[in-house]
Design a protein around this ligand. Structure first.
Ligand SMILES: Cc1cc2nc3c(=O)[nH]c(=O)nc-3n(C[C@H](O)[C@H](O)[C@H](O)COP(=O)(O)OP(=O)(O)OC[C@H]3O[C@@H](n4cnc5c(N)ncnc54)[C@H](O)[C@@H]3O)c2cc1C
Length: 427
């Protein structure tokens, strides 16, 4: 066993929210340890291939890390600003290098240690205070004492081991996705094709006419929901008739070209049924999803001009799980808090991203426009412990409210807000 290491803050999970928290804790002079089970940072942003960051903030509240990330990504040609002014279009593979740069930069490096390929073996607690943990780092046991703990695992694994209570209002689980990337795509040919077949700018657009953009980029989508007219659905239907796709492949199809590349396209599909409570069924779903990826490859090669020579370059190493465990916190954030735009004393963020439930039923997915809303810091404070914070997609929010708050920029603001809270308590 190694000698006990002592920190002000231990953050478990170096993904979307954990990196934001670690950067800001270290910048606030808190001695910080960030542990990550993968051998790279970024979580869903890198391993999950989730791009782009959705526009969600309506103010500058707790966006210091986001700005640092975007500025650093620009340096690596890993970022573009899209024609809707969203500057969060990133390159998921380059982002691994960008995040290493951000979290070892001069403003934080003296206060931040990072342990890759490390998880938690055991937690020692007294009453409602977590005192220390035993980490497993490449089979070495490392005891760590910290004053504050932050669960940024995306699954609430740390809170589960600690014995926290969870919210159980989730009757309509969200569908998950296994994202992938195709390379060798002719951007010019495909964007001219979608510009011709779909003039609905809410669904399909390219930045061809944006004089500020040096690179050509685009996005488009199609789902089997009947409340919108999807211009691409006729191609998906034809492919089902031709035996190239299965009907379930029509459920959700969405693509984004990738920043810093002139031939790679990220797919926000295929969908995976949510069998997270049944490990065997869940594993079968992953195998089915990879088969669906192969069908989708053949589909775009045959039906979409520009994809004739496409190849699979990446399949996500982290499954796209939208919602799994939400921890019981001191304030449970409610749908009414969002809809009424309730104002709080200690807001974590100000956002307007809509309630976005990916349903397993046709015509049940939601994406309703909202006014500005705030999230209180108490929704990130575990109810069962005085020194445990939960950030990112495990926050204490009701099922539908959660679906608005889980987007990346909001997760980053959560990490940042918790760093200020800890700093205030520690000084
Ligand atoms: C399919 C899909 C599409 C989405 N599309 C978008 C989109 O287009 N735009 C957008 O803004 N948002 C999107 N989202 C939402 C957003 O990506 C996530 O909600 C957000 O990234 C979650 O951040 P997080 O920090 O909670 O988790 P993650 O980013 O997943 O980070 C969790 C980290 O913890 C690590 N970890 C887990 N357990 C342990 C452990 N025991 N020990 C150490 N480390 C551990 C993981 O390896 C990971 O690095 C999407 C989500 C999904 C699933």
């Amino acid at each position: 066993m190694e000698k006990t290491k002592k920190y002000d803050v231990l953050i478990i999970g170096g993904g979307t929210s954990g990196c934001a928290c670690a950067y800001n804790c270290a910048k606030n002079n808190l001695k910080t340890l960030l542990i990550e089970k993968n051998n790279f940072l970024g979580g869903l942003m890198t391993g999950g291939l989730v791009v782009p960051i959705m526009k969600s903030s309506t103010s500058n509240l707790n966006t210091r890390y986001y700005k640092k990330l975007i500025k650093t990504a620009k340096k690596y040609n890993a970022q573009i600003t899209y024609c809707d002014k969203n500057d969060g279009w990133l390159n998921p593979e380059l982002l691994k290098i960008v995040l290493d740069d951000v979290l070892t930069s001069n403003d934080v490096k003296n206060n931040l240690d990072i342990l890759f390929e490390t998880t938690v073996l055991d937690i020692l607690k007294k009453g409602n205070v977590i005192q220390s943990v035993i980490l497993n780092s490449n089979l070495l046991s490392i005891p760590v004492e910290a004053k504050y703990f932050v669960d940024a695992t995306g699954s609430a694994e740390f809170s589960k081991i600690a014995g926290c209570k969870f919210l159980d209002d989730n009757i309509n689980k969200q569908q998950n996705s296994l994202r992938f990337i195709l390379g060798n795509v002719d951007f010019d040919k495909f964007s001219k094709f979608i510009e011709k077949v779909d003039d609905n700018q809410d669904i399909t657009n390219t930045n061809r006419n944006d004089s500020n953009c040096k690179e050509l980029h685009f996005t488009t989508a199609s789902t089997w929901d009947t409340n919108t007219k999807w211009a691409l659905d006729k191609y998906l239907k034809r492919a089902v008739n031709d035996g190239v796709l299965k009907n379930s492949d029509r459920a959700y199809f969405q693509i984004f070209s990738i920043a810093g590349s002139n031939n790679q396209v990220a797919f926000n599909c295929p969908r995976i049924n949510n069998y997270l409570d049944s490990p065997i069924e869940y594993s079968k779903e992953l195998i089915k999803a990879r088969k669906a990826i192969y069908r989708l490859l053949n589909f775009v090669r045959i039906y979409f001009p520009g994809f004739e020579n496409a190849i699979i370059t990446n399949i996500a190493t982290q499954t796209g799980i939208r919602e799994q465990n939400r921890v019981k916190t001191k304030h449970i954030y409610k749908k009414e808090d969002i809809l009424s735009g309730k104002v709080f004393e200690n807001p974590v963020l100000e956002a307007n991203y809509p309630i976005d439930i990916h349903s397993n039923k046709k015509n049940k997915s939601t994406l309703k426009k909202l006014q500005k809303y705030q999230l209180p810091i108490e929704s990130l404070m575990a109810a069962d412990f005085d020194n445990l914070y939960v950030i990112g997609k495990i926050l204490g929010a009701e099922f539908s409210a959660h679906s608005a708050l889980r987007v990346q920029k909001s997760c980053m603001s959560m990490g940042e807000a918790v760093s200020y809270k800890i700093y205030a308590l520690d000084h």
